[in-house]
Ligand binder design. Sequence first.
Ligand code: DP6
Length: 362
Amino acid sequence: MENIFEHICSFEPQQNDIQGEVTWKSPSNIALIKYWGKYGQQLPRNASLSMTLTEAYTQTSITYAYTKNQAQRVFLFEGQESKSFAKRIWRFIDSLERFYPFLQQLDLKIESSNSFPHSAGIASSASAMSALALCLVDMERSLFNRLKNEESFFKKASYIARLGSGSASRSIFKGFSIWGENMKVNRATDNRFAIGFNEDIHPFYKGLKDAILIVDEGEKQVSSSLGHSLMDCHPFVENRLVQANDHLIDLARVLKTGKKDSFIKIVEAEATSLHALMMSSEPWFILMKPATITILEKVRTYRDATKKFICFTLDAGPNVHLLYHSSDEKEIMEFIDAELKPLCSQEKILYDGMGKGPQKIK
Ligand code: DP6
C-alpha cells in the first residue's frame, strides 16, 4: 500500500522538461468546537470541529518549470506583489523541503486572491493555506504519479495544509470536518490531518447559514501563534481539554439527532470559553469590542422572544458569526438589518453558509 506521508524525491536530470500550472479554489471554515493551543509541529491540544463555508474562499495558482539554476520565485496577491504575504508563503514552502525537495528545483509563480476583502477582518489563513496545499499535493500527484486514490489525495492535502495553518486542515472537506485525536466520535487516532464528518448528519444541519458581522476590519490584534502559545501554561488548560472533548462528543451527537437547544448551548459556550481563555491568559487579551457584546446580547434577546434557531460563534477577534437555518432566512435578515447591521463597521456583513469544499479549477 502507498505510504502517503513518505518523502518525495527530487527530479532526475532527465526530467528537465517539467512544467505546468495548477489552480485550486478552497474555502474558509468556521470552528464550532475551537482549536486553541498547539504543540510540536502544528499539532492540536484538542480536537476541533468546523463547518466549511462557501462564499469566503481563496483561489491559488502555481505555475512551475524545471530549472537547473537558482530557482526564481514570484508571489502575487490579487495581482500585486505583497512582501508580508510572500514572506509567509515562501517560509511555508521552504519548511516543506523535507517532504517536497523537488520544489527547490522549480521556478515557481504563485498567484492568489480572496473572494472577500482582505480588510474584512476574516482569518484568511485557512482558505489560503488549504488552497496552496491542494496545489502542491496536486503537483505531487501529477509529477510523481502518486495519490491516485481520492481519499489519499485529500488526506495528504489536509496534512500539508495543517503545516501551513492548523485550521486550514479542516477546509479540505465539505460540510463538517473534525481535526484531532478523538476515539469516541470518529475514532481518529492521527492528529496530523482532518477528516470529513458528514455521515448521518441530520438534514436540518445541512441548511446552516453564517452571517459574518464585521465589527472591526483591523488587523488581528493577537497573532494565531501567540494566541495558541498562551495555552502552554494557562491555569485552566487541563479543564479546557476536558471541556473541548466533552463538547465535541456532545456536538457530534447533536449533529446526528438534530437537537437544536443543545447545538446552541455548545456552540455559544465554545465561543465564550475561547474568549474567557484569552482574558485569563498571561498576558491577557480582550478581543471583543463593545459592539461585539451588544450583538451577543441582542441575539440572546431575539432568540428568547422568537424561539428561532439562531446563535453566535466567535474566532479570535471581535467579529461575530451568526448561525441560523436557511428556512428562517427572511426573518433573520429583518432582525439583522434592524438591530445588528448598525453595529457593524460600515454596516458590513458577509453572508455565507455551509459549503461543498474545495474545487479544482485547472
Ligand atoms: C480561534 O489555524 O489560525 O480560529 O495553526 O497557528 O495557523 P495556526 O492557527 P489558526 O488558529 C485558529 C484558531 C481559531 C479556532 C479554530 O479555527 O479552530
